[in-house]
Design a binder for this molecule. Structure first.
Ligand SMILES: [Zn+2]
Length: 189
């Protein structure tokens, strides 16, 4: 019995191993989750299906405030492992997808921000959509942004220096979309 929670698109296996059961689908020879839930393997029938999320696991919905760890980040998007929802610990293993607007003309006098967040950062974000059961999040809200980050050069903790994040140890300055309480949040995760 596996209790791993998956979201749509997660790879479950290949068709040589399993058939897609309820809540799963096959595409290009790969079996993927088509719904949010827990993986159920039937090893006798070689079927992988997605069961309902166990009770008590809250699926984040639009309007929720989440805190999560950035698992991967590019200039256009980031995947965030959700650790808490509305300040309550959530170990459902949900991933939020943040899309960043890039290539927009720069407003007058505004510095172009190239990096909203980096891998390993802790961020606060707002769930803006759960269309197709993909959890879309945004870092644009007034309370949202990076709340904790370390220096990409020396690994020291970063602190706020005006609108940038500055390393106390080596003086390196990094660009982030900072939350108002960046660097001084009392983390309870
Ligand atoms: Zn440093």
């Amino acid at each position: 019995m596996s209790s791993k929670t998956v979201v749509p698109g997660d790879k479950l296996g290949v068709i040589e191993e399993f058939e897609a059961g309820e809540g799963a689908l096959t595409h290009d020879g790969i079996v993927r989750a088509a719904s949010v839930g827990q993986v159920k393997l039937d090893l006798k029938k070689h079927v992988v299906a997605i069961g309902k999320v166990r009770q008590g696991t809250l699926i984040p919905v639009p309007g929720d405030s989440i805190i999560g760890k950035v698992e991967s980040a590019q200039s256009s998007a980031a995947n965030v492992l959700i650790l808490s929802v509305n300040d309550k610990t959530n170990r459902g293993g949900f991933t939020g997808l943040a899309l960043f607007k890039i290539g927009r003309p720069m407003g007058r006098g505004r510095q172009r921000r190239t990096t909203a967040c980096k891998t390993g950062d802790l961020v606060r974000a707002t769930v803006i959509s759960d269309k197709n059961t993909i959890i879309h999040i945004s870092l644009d809200g007034p309370r949202d942004g990076v709340i904790y980050a370390v220096c990409s050069i020396c690994g020291g903790a970063l602190f706020r220096a005006n609108n940038s994040a500055k390393c106390d140890t080596c003086g390196n300055i990094e660009d982030r979309k900072l939350a108002p309480d960046f660097g001084n949040m009392d983390l309870k995760l």
